[in-house]
Ligand binder design. Structure first.
Ligand SMILES: Nc1nc2c(c(=O)[nH]1)N[C@H]1C(S)=C(S)[C@@H](COP(=O)(O)OP(=O)(O)OC[C@H]3O[C@@H](n4cnc5c(N)ncnc54)[C@H](O)[C@@H]3O)O[C@H]1N2
Ligand code: MOO
Length: 389
């Protein structure tokens, strides 16, 4: 059995980066920027006014000036302003040549075409200089998930088409004779497939393109059909059949069908019978079937792999530090991801950590990470956890 960190390293070695595609700006939200993009223009493209008021060549209280024109946003005034003159100006308008400051209209008295400057602070010229926000060639750096603020910035830079990482296509295959789809009527010894649905949502959140394939039954022909249907995927994720039982088809049959295994079994709880390797042109991860194991492995392994495929830094799922609100006993030999909730700001692990209990996973805010053989921890101790909400 290998450690969680070694498993992650091997997974990153198996992942292949994806190509780049160009999407219209409106579709770039949530995608990963695949190349630096550069501003096509200066912003502002001219010295512009930050206020409504009067553009003047000199500011002095009591100065009387003649208003010679008007500069509004989208309608500049293209004559110089000289000593003794002022130009009526509005926020966002180009400042005329010769103007050294804008006096806000609250600090001015106007009579006809004449203004008199009143008491006004002289430390702010209210002029936004050309390129004060960004200049031609300034870049937004690749390797970031594009958020609303990035979209606004790129729009302002006149970037209408954005190079983004192609979404990894993730084929999700549930295996087992006992499974039916949600909405179907299960037989007396059947249950509803849940793992592929939770993982589908997780993949969507990460910016992948999940494909839910039909359930593979516990026989070679059915598993072969599922792998055939998975062709074209960048990542194949199987769920269940990973352990040592006679009917555990993925562990028993996948190598005969083309699975080139890199590792099998990780010293973690839940999630021990995890496997990974390549399957033809795709990477493959075989998750254990127990529902909590599958979801925890989704957070701990599949999510970092998808991020790496998208060109984000290859690293473990980000952890935070929290304070225990209760004592915890010593941990066993496997790295333990304990389902826990926050109570008054402190972490409380659930009493049952059985890997079949989705009702507890559903109430959990966090997975407390216990390293192998970690000693007992007292209430008040600081521990690492993965946020899972
Ligand atoms: N003798 C041993 N038995 C088991 C071991 C072991 O080391 N020795 N490991 C246990 C551990 S740990 C786990 S985890 C499970 C994993 O087994 P499999 O990956 O083979 O999973 P299955 O047997 O197919 O299913 C386990 C459990 O989960 C349910 N299941 C499966 N797929 C789904 C799905 N898509 N949605 C909802 N539920 C699913 C399945 O019905 C079973 O109840 O093995 C232990 N055994
Ligand atoms: O490792 Mo299994 O995934 O604990 O139930």
């Amino acid at each position: 059995m290998i450690s969680v960190s070694e498993a992650l390293e091997r997974l990153f070695a198996l992942a292949r980066p994806l190509g780049i595609e160009t999407v219209p700006l409106l579709q770039a939200h949530g995608r990963v920027l695949a190349q630096d993009v550069a501003a096509m223009r200066n912003q502002p493209p001219f010295d512009g006014s930050a206020m409504d008021g009067y553009a003047v060549a000199r500011v002095a209280p009591g100065l009387r000036l003649r208003v010679i024109g008007e500069s509004a946003a989208g309608h500049g005034f293209y004559q110089p302003v000289k000593e003794g003159e002022a130009v009526r100006i509005f926020t966002g308008a180009p400042v005329p040549e010769g103007a050294k400051a804008v006096v806000i209209q609250e600090d001015v008295t106007r009579e006809g075409d004449w203004i008199t400057i009143g008491d006004t602070p002289e430390d702010n010229d209210h002029i936004r200089p050309t390129g004060g926000d960004f200049r031609i060639g300034d870049t937004v750096s690749a390797g970031r998930v594009i958020g609303p603020n990035d979209i606004a910035l790129m729009a302002s830079m006149n970037i209408a088409d954005v190079p983004v990482a192609r979404r990894p296509v993730v084929a999700l295959i549930s295996t087992g004779d006992e499974l039916v789809m949600p909405g179907e009527t299960p037989g007396p010894d059947q249950i509803i497939a849940s793992n592929t649905f939770g993982l589908h949502a997780l993949m969507r959140d990460l910016g992948a393109e999940p494909r839910l394939l039909p359930i593979a039954r516990d026989n070679e022909a059915s598993l072969r059909t599922a792998f055939d249907l998975a062709q074209g995927a960048d990542l194949i994720v199987t769920i269940g059949g990973a352990s040592v039982g006679d009917h555990d088809v993925v562990a028993n049959l996948a190598p005969q069908l083309g699975f080139d295994q890199s590792f099998y079994k990780v010293a973690m709880r839940p999630g021990k019978p995890l496997m990974a390797g390549r399957f033809g042109a795709a990477m493959m991860i075989g998750l254990p079937g127990n529902p909590v194991s599958a979801m925890v492995c989704g957070h701990v392994f599949v999510a970092p792999v998808v991020r790496a495929m998208l060109g984000l830094p290859a690293g473990a799922a980000p952890r935070r530090t929290g304070v225990l609100a209760q004592d915890l006993p010593a941990n066993g030999p496997r790295e333990h991801y304990m389902r826990a909730r926050f109570e008054d700001g402190g972490l409380v692990a659930f009493g049952s950590q059985d890997s079949s209990l989705l009702s507890i996973l559903g109430k959990a805010d966090a997975l407390i990470v216990r390293m192998p053989k970690d000693g007992p921890r007292s209430a008040g101790a600081r521990v690492e956890y993965l946020p899972i909400r």
